[in-house]
Design a protein. Sequence first.
Length: 380
Amino acid sequence: MARINDPRKNEEITVILGMSGGVDSSVCAALLKEEGYNVIGMFMKNWEELDENGVCQSAKEFQDVVKVCEKLDIPYYSVDFVKEYREQVFKHFVSEYEAGHTPNPDILCNREIKFKVFLEKALELGADYLATGHYCQNEFIGGENRLVKGNDPGKDQTYFLYTQKKSILDKVLFPIGHLPKKEVREIAKKYDLITHDKKDSTGICFIGERNFKNFLSNYVQLKPGRFQTLDGTDVGEHSGAAYYTIGQRKGLGLGGQGEPWFVVGKNIDHNIVFVERGEEHPALYADELWANELSFVSEEFNLELPFKCRAKIRYRQEDQGCTIVGFDGERVHVIFDEAQKAITIRQSIVFYSTIEGREVCLGGGMIEKRGPTHFEKANQ
């Protein structure tokens, strides 16, 4: 259970818990109450639209929140941030796709909604802390509150939280960050919570499991174009360049004899998606990148060059050894120990380091540019 540097007794501390209707936040509610905190469940409505079956998913999720809170005998409320979400997250999501990029709205949602608008609302309502069901931890290490990886390596969510500052972490609890997912479900079953066997949500937060192309076509006007190999050979038609991301294999609709096709590049101005066969094609690999829009958890973080650390360029990736060799205050130049596959512009790179034996998330930034691919180097 989360520990905090607070001299008061737990029953004197009010915690507003962000509840989604899933098993993770349900277990957070149970654990916080078990620890004696004054717990209030708060459902955050961010998206208002019927799905393909005519069901309002947010209303359905809120009903599960109600059932869990009533089971645990804690108060619950719902807050509406639909307008804020559209203005601060969804508009950015659409503009990124229109520019041909593959955005990650979950990172922006955490920064602008959950740990800004929602946190402000919780504090306004008298909460001492906001709690969420993220698989991560905040611990005092070296006299400072740090963002630490969750103990379940398959569920760690620090990649999505790298924009959080120490000042935010001081006001936040992550009650299940120390637990493996399997144990979270066991706890939910022990408390007889309706969500104990509920399927984990997948996909982009506000879309759910609907057909992504159909959803995106309602907001982004795209036109078919051509798939081409790097030597200019036409191999088929695509649905619109923004639908595809670097390294993508599935959903291309390209057949023929030989190894699978992979997206290796895009020319948005000419609506061309470049593809090549084989997951080891040199056009997929590069050794370095540049990133901007930097955000470090510690406001006092001192980047002395060269700075060796580890990094992820996508959520499910294992940490990769790297060295930050350049930093001008706004931009970093990163060289990896080993070549990286499918470095994607406008995705996030997140940095990690081991501090006092703990896996600490230092912060990150947006990938602005990648170095030449191994194919480009070989053909210079």
